[in-house]
Design a protein around this ligand. Structure first.
Ligand SMILES: NC(=O)c1ccc[n+]([C@@H]2O[C@H](COP(=O)([O-])OP(=O)(O)OC[C@H]3O[C@@H](n4cnc5c(N)ncnc54)[C@H](OP(=O)(O)O)[C@@H]3O)[C@@H](O)[C@H]2O)c1
Length: 266
């Protein structure tokens, strides 16, 4: 298992990679800093085509909330700091409407240095109320993806896409690219992430496992079943110690970003 050491100097470099003012290939880093550059710098790098990555925090028994929807403390402090770093390297963070309704999240960056990303809710039937906190806070772009013609508050952008059983995740990525985004974080919940995973659109999947047992409640990723274990996806991955939680950083599709540092490649 690798240690991540997110020092100020390496985080500054990662933010410089995001702004296009810094590279991934030089620097005299400790092993822990090099790992941090590998994990976050790879996502921060801007390419012409979108990089789509997901993060989910779950319990030992694979739950992401309680039955009553309490998801506040599934991740420990290390897992939460990691989540905020993921937001900080993203241009945009996407959640499903069930997460927006249950958690009323802000989706801002508070536990790391860096700008908050734009916020997107996939809300096909227009269920999210105008009072939702992520719509109230005007500090970054707010976007709703919907299939109905529900009116939204002034300043909230609407992307209308057709729904069959689902809105095609590929169309969501294309629409977000058109809106100017390249680094796309799918933050949850499990239903939403699974859509992008099943369509082969995720470049990386981060699963942070926290040492608690919840027993019931929404499960993590809800991908379709496989007939035999031989058919199961077995992504290449690295495992990192976040202090309170363990991070599985999985490579799902060939990354377009070449990481030059010796310790930085999966
Ligand atoms: N621990 C964590 O990391 C974490 C992170 C996020 C959320 N959570 C918890 O997870 C729970 C919610 O997660 P969830 O998996 O049940 O739901 P979710 O993924 O938050 O939301 C799913 C809903 O979003 C809409 N949606 C998403 N993708 C769509 C698509 N491609 N096309 C059409 N509609 C789409 C649908 O809305 P409709 O139902 O309107 O059709 C769908 O039922 C909450 O309890 C929350 O607290 C935990």
């Amino acid at each position: 298992m690798q240690q991540l050491n997110v020092t100020k100097r390496v985080w500054d470099r990662i933010l410089a990679v995001k702004s296009g003012d810094g590279c991934m290939c030089c620097g005299d880093w400790t092993d822990g800093e090099a790992q941090a550059l590998a994990v976050y710098g790879t996502l921060a790098h801007k390419d012409p085509e979108p990089l789509v990555f997901a993060q989910i925090g779950q319990s030992l028994d694979g739950r992401i909330a309680t039955e009553t929807g309490d998801a506040q403390d599934v991740s420990g402090s290390g897992g939460l700091a990691h989540l905020h770093r993921m937001r900080a390297v993203a241009d945009v963070v996407v959640v499903g409407v069930k997460t927006a309704l249950h958690d009323d999240p802000q989706l801002t960056v508070r536990l790391a240095e860096g700008a908050s990303p734009a916020r997107v809710v996939i809300d096909p039937d227009g269920r999210l109320p105008d009072t939702a906190r992520l719509l109230q806070d005007t500090s970054s772009r707010r976007i709703i993806i919907q299939s109905v013609d529900t009116k939204r508050p002034a300043g909230v952008e609407v992307i209308t896409l057709p729904r069959k059983s689902w809105i095609a995740p590929k169309e969501i990525v294309a629409a977000l690219k058109d809106a100017g985004f390249r680094r796309i974080l799918i933050e949850g919940g499990g239903i939403t992430i699974a859509q992008f995973l099943e369509e082969g659109l995720l470049h990386r999947l981060h699963v942070a496992v926290a040492p608690l047992l919840i027993g019931s409640g929404p499960q993590g990723l809800r991908t379709g079943p496989v007939g035999t274990l031989a058919m199961a996806r077995r992504p290449q991955m690295r495992v990192y110690d976040l202090g309170t939680d363990i991070l599985f950083d999985c490579a799902l599709a060939p990354s377009r970003v070449e990481v030059k540092h010796h310790a930085a490649h999966i």
